[in-house]
Write a protein that binds this ligand. Structure first.
Ligand SMILES: [Zn+2]
Length: 216
């Protein structure tokens, strides 16, 4: 038995390892279709297709299905939470870390905020988050949200303010993360669009003479 001939359909999987079923249909005369059905990638082809045509079209349609899936995943990653979802999340964070004392009147994503990750107007109870945060990890977004929520309770950055944020375990890490992003951006090291794959940015080799000296 030539391997791959008889069992080809049985072992055929998508790039992600999902099973593939080739469905020949006499009713189908010209069109080829591919779709998901209960976790199986189904490729429907006309019954009259030759083995070579089948092979070519299955391959082509699986690639198409794969690209569709990636586009959807990309969209999902970039798909922002709505303002309503953001407000609900803020209420949840306020309850979890501030005993529900910070009660914003509105929490919104904004795209016109370039110098700040977030801002709050305590007199109005409003909070705005830069949509640049959308590409960042959730624990970073949560920090910015908690930071602005804390401003509804304490206006400035005094000891009482930072005391509030001590309750959140990722405060220092998130601050460092955002400082890193700002640092990189200020030097033009910003990566491409979120979700885009490409060569990761590599820092320049440090000059040998400028290392931090070890303690004697
Ligand atoms: Zn602040």
């Amino acid at each position: 038995m030539t391997p791959g001939k008889r069992s080809r359909q049985a072992v055929l999987t998508t790039a992600n390892g999902a099973p593939v079923e080739v469905r020949r249909s006499a009713r189908r005369t010209r069109t080829v279709a591919a779709f998901w059905e209960n976790g199986t990638a189904v490729v429907a082809i006309p019954a009259r297709f030759t083995a070579a045509q089948e092979s070519e079209w299955v391959h082509r349609m699986l690639e198409k299905l794969h690209r569709q899936g990636e586009r959807r995943a990309d969209k999902g990653r970039r798909q922002p939470a709505t303002d309503a979802a953001l407000a609900a999340h803020a209420a949840h964070l306020s309850a979890q870390y501030f005993g529900g004392r910070a009660v914003p009147t509105s929490v919104r994503w904004v795209s016109n905020q370039n110098s700040r990750w977030g801002s709050a107007t305590p007199s109005e109870g409003t909070i705005r988050l830069s949509d640049k945060l959308r590409a960042m990890p959730q624990w970073v977004v949560d920090y910015v949200l908690l930071h602005e929520l804390a401003h509804l309770l304490v206006a400035g950055h005094n000891a009482a303010f930072w005391k509030l944020l001590e309750a959140y375990p990722d405060t220092l890490r998130a601050k460092a993360f955002l400082e890193g992003v700002s640092f990189a951006t200020s030097r033009g090291w910003a990566p491409g669009e979120p979700g885009r794959t490409g060569t990761p940015w590599l820092p320049p080799e440090p000059a040998a003479a400028t290392g931090t000296p070890t303690r004697p």
